[in-house]
Every structure is written in C-alpha cells, then in structure tokens.
Write a protein that binds this ligand. Structure first.
Ligand code: IPD
Length: 277
C-alpha cells in the first residue's frame, strides 16, 4: 500500500525550509522581544508570524486538520493530542538564541495520527541542516542517512541538557545538582545548543550520546522524537518509564544503557503537563 502520509511529509519539509528562510531574514532586522510564562521565556513577532505562515500553508494543502502550535497555545488555543491527524509545530525553537544571535535556531514540524508520531522535520535554519524522519523509513540530515553513536560507556559520552526557563531557586538547584552528578561520573562533556529540537538531532547524528530535559513542551520535541528513534535511539521518561510526549519530561539517548545511567542521576521536579485541563 502506498504510504498515506508521504505527501504530507514532503510538504512539511518544504514548509520548514520556507519558514527557516523567513527566520534568517528576520534575524537581520531589529526585533521586538516580549515575554510569556516568565521574564526569560521570550517571544518575538517572528515566532508568531512564522507559525501563521506554517499553519496557513498546511491548511491550504491539507484542509483544516488539528494543530498544536507553540504560539497558538500561548494565545489560548487548546493543547490536546487527540486521535485526529495533528500537526505539532514550533516555529522558532531556540527563541532566546534567535534574539541574541546565538547561531542555533530550528523550525520543528511533527505529525501524529492516533496519538502516534508519523514523521518529524527539524530545520536548523542558520546551519542550513534539514533533519527529517518518517516512521519506519530512517532518519536523514540533508538527505544523508544518520545514526546514533554506538558508545555504550557513559564515561565516553557527551551529554546535552538545558537550563529551561523556570528560574525558581529549588528548580535551578535540582537542574545544577543533576548536571554536577552527571559531569562527575565523569562524562567527556556536557553541552547545550539552546534548542531542544536541535539537541535531539545531535543525538540522532551521533555527535552526542544523550539529551534530557524537564520542562520542555511537546512542540519542542515531537519532531526530534521521530528523528532520534529512526536514527536508532531510545526515548524514555526521566524516571525510566515510557516516553510521554505531553509530560514535559524526556530522556533521548543512543541506547538504553546510556539512558538508564543518566536517569539514575536525574533529580526530577514538578511540571504541569502540556495537556493539563
Ligand atoms: C526552548 C528551547 C530550549 C529549551 C526550552 C524550550 P523555545 O524552546 O527548546 O532549548 O531548554 O525548554 O522552551 O521557547 O525556544 O521554542
């Protein structure tokens, strides 16, 4: 049987590329920065405009489907993953990087049916790297197949995590305590690109062994989730349970051994689920 979502997958790649072009152009102009959930959770007119461009293009091609978009949710749209074919969009992943000119910014577009991710596209637009993966069909960067690293020993790994946007002292203390414990295993290094989507693609290419974060949203990681899995990696919850896209907690790794070792060190803190009523 022909792949029912191939056309949507190809179209998402085109749309991500156009969105990335908009972001690159906008990065050269003066920008007005506003804040959302906290003073360090930034948003620009570009985030909102690019999300509208993406949704308009997808609706134009495929009609009114279900959409979960970072900026639409910020403006009051529901964030519920139903069984309907659903587009999950982060127009500018790495908004803080974008505002500061730190050169990692990604467009992230994923597509789920019956709550299962079918494909993901991450366009790291300042590096001009197009990552994509379709369930069961492998993962690619600029059309070259990609694969996670084969490192099994945590002491030979590089791990990525982020500081997120929650600056409550107890949360920051747990984030740094976790990072300290992981660094002192010891691992070769700790990194962070400032975009969850790109971090997951770095796991998928084998540049790092794992990326974990508590506090990310479904739109930051949905596309990356397909890319990591199709590149041979694993996704788990930070307590070792199954990965839950809406839980705002995730460990992505090249293999379960590395994921399990990191999970031992993670000090979790409470976050409100993306689909909380
Ligand atoms: C953020 C980035 C960042 C991660 C934050 C996200 P945004 O997304 O992915 O790496 O640490 O948790 O919110 O706001 O730039 O789309």
């Amino acid at each position: 049987m022909a792949d029912p979502w191939q056309k949507a997958y190809d179209f998402a790649v085109e749309v991500a590329r156009e969105a990335g072009e908009e972001i690159r152009k906008a990065g050269e102009c003066e920008m007005k920065v506003q804040t959302k959930s906290s003073t360090v959770d930034l948003v620009t007119k570009t985030d909102e405009r690019v999300e509208k461009i993406i949704i308009r293009a997808l609706k134009g091609e495929f009609g009114d489907g279900a959409f979960i978009g970072e900026e639409s949710v910020a403006n009051g749209q529901p964030c519920v993953l139903s069984d309907k074919p659903t587009w999950i969009i982060d127009p500018v992943d790495g908004t803080t990087n974008f505002v500061h000119g730190f050169p990692f910014v990604a467009v992230s577009i994923a597509f789920a049916v019956n709550k299962e991710l079918e494909f993901g596209v991450v366009y790291s637009c300042l590096e001009d790297k197009m990552y994509k993966a379709r369930k069961g069909k492998g993962a690619f960067c600029n059309d070259e197949p990609i694969q996670v690293s084969d490192v099994e020993e945590i002491k030979k790994s590089i791990i990525i995590s982020e500081h997120g946007t929650d600056r409550r002292k107890e949360v920051v203390t747990k984030i740094f305590s976790t990072m300290q414990k992981i660094l002192c295993i010891p691992v070769h290094g700790l990194r962070g690109s400032g975009t969850a989507a790109t971090n997951m693609c770095l796991v998928a290419t084998g540049a790092v062994e794992a990326f974990f974060e508590i506090g990310i949203h479904c739109w930051d990681i949905a596309a990356g989730a397909v890319i990591v899995q199709e590149a041979g990696g694993v996704l788990m919850d930070v307590d070792g349970g199954p990965f839950d896209l809406m839980s705002r907690r995730m460990v992505s790794a090249n293999n379960k051994k590395i994921a399990d070792r990191i999970i031992k060190e993670i000090e979790a803190f409470d976050v409100t689920r993306d689909d909380a009523p």
